[in-house]
Design a protein around this ligand. Structure first.
Ligand code: NAD
Length: 254
């Protein structure tokens, strides 16, 4: 087994389910000591599964869009694992499908707070600890929805476009401190978030369209994002910085 993250301290937000859970488990399987963070109490099950597999993990419940919670998360990782080497700001909400003109300021504020201010806070508070260790990597989950107009949920798309820009800025500002910052842009991945989208599509009779839209004729698995996250966080990606890496089975290439 490879152990690319032996001796490394890693934080993953949104680790109770989906992409975050798969990525936390993958980091731990390669030797990383992981702080699994999520709003959902189920994050304790992620940490317990890692420990049951012989890995190192702790869980913390928090609101990734609340600064005091993020400060606490970073302090916990520092105290438990001696610092931070990798920060993966992955927690996000989809916000449901709405037209632009039906949106409300409250809906926009909710989505931007979790999806954009959350990653900003993670970078703000984790970067100094990563710099103390001599450098490392920061990842954020954006989306292919951030690369084009927001047909399904305009504030969601805007939040993910914002994440891509945030990552570019952070990469510029932190490169001199040996911290690389990249975004992952998943296409449709089979998680709790898309289960809700499938449910909506079923209600409006368009369920079969989702799979057919993808050149590979299927949605992605969370582990297919986790493998890219581990690559980007590893020394193998030492010259990859400030990028939005699309992992969508070819969806956006048409
Ligand atoms: P998911 O719903 O399975 O996981 C998201 C996790 O984030 C949940 O465990 C949830 O409890 C947590 N979360 C939500 N708000 C939070 C908050 N305020 N503080 C802390 N945790 C919070 O969905 P997923 O697909 O694994 O989503 C992970 C990321 O991937 C999200 O940023 C999402 O926008 C992004 N993404 C997903 C897809 C997809 O098709 N599934 C596509 C593109 C991008």
């Amino acid at each position: 087994m490879r152990a690319r993250f032996a001796g490394k301290s890693i934080i993953v937000t949104g680790a109770a389910s989906g992409i975050g859970r798969a990525t936390a488990m993958a980091f731990a399987a390669e030797g990383g000591a992981v702080v699994c963070a999520d709003l959902d109490e189920a994050v304790h099950a992620t940490a317990a599964a890692i420990v049951a597999d012989g890995g190192t993990a702790r869980a913390i419940t928090l609101d990734a869009g609340r600064e005091a919670d993020v400060v606490h998360m970073v302090e916990l990782a520092g105290a438990a694992h001696g610092g931070i080497d990798v920060m993966y700001a992955n927690a996000g909400i989809s916000g449901g499908l709405t037209g632009l003109l039906e949106g409300t300021p409250e809906q926009w504020a909710d989505i931007l707070r979790v999806n954009l201010i959350g990653p900003f806070l993670a970078i703000k508070h984790a970067a100094p600890r990563i710099i103390e260790r001599g450098g490392g990597a920061i990842l954020c989950t954006a989306s292919v929805a951030g690369l084009r107009s927001g047909a399904g949920c305009p504030p969601y798309s805007a939040s993910k476009a914002g994440v891509i820009n945030l990552v570019q800025t952070a990469a510029q500002q932190l490169a001199g401190s040996n911290v690389r910052v990249n975004a992952i842009c998943p296409g449709l991945i089979e998680t709790g978030m898309t289960a809700r989208a499938y449910e909506h599509a079923r209600e409006v009779g368009k369920e079969d369209r989702i799979g057919r839209l993808n050149p590979l004729r299927r949605g992605g698995e969370p582990e297919e994002i986790a493998r890219v996250a581990l690559f980007l966080a590893s020394d193998e990606a030492s010259y990859v910085n400030g990028q939005a890496i699309v992992v969508d089975g070819g969806l956006s290439s048409s």
